[in-house]
Design a protein around this ligand. Structure first.
Ligand SMILES: *Cc1c(COP(=O)(O)O)cnc(C)c1O
Length: 380
C-alpha cells in the first residue's frame, strides 16, 4: 500500500466487530471478561482501548514501526520515552528543541538523575564527541522548532548504532508524509499529534512509534504503568485528522512555496529560515531525507522593524501558539512557545527576540499573501 492509501486504510482497517469504516469511539473504561483468569484482548481502558488501538496501529504502519503508542500529549509521549531509561543514563540532545521539551529535560528529568549534553545536531563530529561511557541515546528534532535546522538522521543513527546507543527523533514538524525516521535508522519516533497529525487545532495528543520489539514491549508497559494515555474521543479525532494528512500537506506545501516567494521578494524581510532554500545550511540533507520541505517558515524582519506591530496587524493569520493546523498561525518564539528557555541560552542557540515563526495553513494562498503584505506595509 502506498502512503496516501495507507493513511485511509492502514492500521487495523475497519472495525472488526461491526465493520464500521470509521472506528467507533469505544467510551468504556472496562470490558466484560467472559472467563475468570482468561486473557481477554480488552480488559481495562488504560491498558488498551479499541479506538486508541486503531490509531496506534495506523501510526505504526505510517512510520514503518512494529507498534505505536498514543498519549494525552506530545509531552506525555516524550516523558514516557525517556522513562525507558534510568538514573545515571546520559543523553545527547539537540540544541534546538521545542521549549516544553527543554523544560521537561531541565526541570523534571534532571531531578530524576538523567544526564544531558546539548549539541548542535548539524555538527556530526560534535555529536560523536558528546557520546560518553554512560550515554544511552541521542534525541533530536529535524527540522527543529523554531530554527528549522536539519539533522542528518541516517548519519546520526549510524554514529549511535556504532556506539550501541539508541536514536530518538521528534518527527512533529515533518510528519511521516515528509519523513520517516525509522526507515533511516532511528529506533523511536515521537510526535506531538496536536500539530499536523490532528491537523485541525482541536485536540492535544502525542504518539510514539518504534521498530524494535523489545522497546515496544517496554513502551507498552510504561504507557500502562505511567498512564498518560489518550482517551477514545481524542484518539478518534487524531485518526480522522490523519486520513486527510496527505491532502492537507500538499496544500500546506503549495501555500508555503507561495509565501516563501513573497518573503524573498519583500524588502522588510531579513533572514529566512527554511530548508527549501538552496542556500540554507542543511538544504541538501533535507532534500535527501524529506519528500518535501514542509510548511513551517521562520524569519526575521530587517533591523529596527517592529515584529510586535507586524504580527498584531495580521488579520487572517492568527497570532497563536501551536502549528500544523489548517489555519495559518504566527508567533514569536522568544515570547511564546520558547519562553520557558532562559534568554541567554535562547540567544546562544540562535533564537533572537525578534524571530517570527509562521505555520502556513491551507487557506487560499492569495489571501495569506495579501494579509502578509498589508501587515508588512504598516511597518513603513
Ligand atoms: C508541540 C510540540 C511538542 C509538545 O507536544 P504537546 O502535544 O504540546 O505536548 C513536542 N515537540 C514539538 C516539535 C512540538 O512542536
Amino acid at each position: 500500500m502506498k502512503f496516501n492509501t495507507q493513511l485511509i486504510h492502514g492500521g487495523n482497517g475497519e472495525d472488526p466487530t461491526t465493520g464500521a469504516v470509521s472506528t467507533p469511539i469505544y467510551r468504556s473504561s472496562t470490558f466484560h471478561q467472559r472467563t475468570l483468569g482468561g486473557q481477554p484482548k480488552w480488559e481495562y481502558a488504560r491498558t488498551g482501548n479499541p479506538t486508541r488501538s486503531a490509531l496506534e496501529s495506523l501510526m505504526a504502519d505510517l512510520e514503518h514501526g512494529v507498534a505505536g503508542f498514543a498519549f494525552a500529549s506530545g509531552s506525555a509521549a516524550i516523558h514516557t520515552v525517556f522513562s525507558l531509561f534510568s538514573s545515571g543514563d546520559h543523553f545527547v540532545v539537540g540544541s534546538d528543541v521545542y521549549g516544553g521539551t527543554f523544560r521537561l529535560i531541565n526541570k523534571v528529568l534532571k531531578r530524576f538523575g538523567l544526564e544531558f549534553t546539548v549539541v548542535d545536531m548539524q555538527d556530526l563530529e560534535a555529536v560523536e564527541n558528546a557520546i560518553q561511557e554512560n550515554t544511552v541515546a541521542v534525541y533530536f528534532e529535524t527540522p527543529t522548532n523554531p530554527l528549522l535546522q536539519i539533522a542528518d538522521i541516517q548519519a546520526i543513527a549510524e554514529i549511535a548504532s556504532r556506539h550501541g546507543i539508541k536514536t530518538i527523533v521528534d518527527n512533529t514538524f515533518a510528519t511521516p508524509y515528509n519523513q520517516q525516521p525509522l526507515t533511516l535508522g532511528a529506533d523511536i519516533v515521537v510526535h506531538s499529534a496536536t500539530k499536523y497529525l490532528g491537523g485541525h487545532s482541536d485536540v492535544v495528543a502525542g504518539l510514539a512509534v518504534t521498530n524494535d520489539n523489545e522497546i515496544a514491549e517496554q513502551l507498552g508497559f510504561l504507557q500502562n504503568s505511567i498512564g498518560g494515555v489518550l482517551g477514545p474521543d481524542d484518539s478518534w479525532l487524531v485518526q480522522r485528522g490523519i486520513k486527510t494528512l496527505g491532502a492537507r500537506m500538499r496544500i500546506h506545501q503549495e501555500n508555503a512555496d507561495a509565501v516563501i516567494e513573497t518573503l524573498l521578494n519583500d524588502e522588510h524581510i531579513g533572514k529566512i529560515y527554511y530548508p527549501g532554500l538552496d542556500d540554507f545550511p542543511g538544504h541538501d540533507v533535507a532534500a535527501k531525507q524529506m519528500r518535501n520541505f514542509g510548511a513551517m517558515i521562520s524569519f526575521e524582519l530587517k533591523d529596527g522593524l517592529d515584529a510586535k506591530k507586524f504580527v498584531e496587524s495580521l488579520q487572517i493569520i492568527d497570532l497563536a501558539e501551536s502549528l500544523g493546523g489548517i489555519e495559518s498561525l504566527i508567533e514569536v518564539p522568544a515570547v511564546m512557545t520558547h519562553g520557558a528557555i532562559p534568554r541567554e541560552i535562547r540567544i546562544e542557540n540562535g533564537i533572537k527576540d525578534e524571530l517570527i515563526r509562521l505555520s502556513v495553513g491551507i487557506e487560499d494562498a492569495e489571501d495569506l499573501i495579501a494579509d502578509l503584505k498589508q501587515a508588512l506595509a504598516q511597518l513603513d
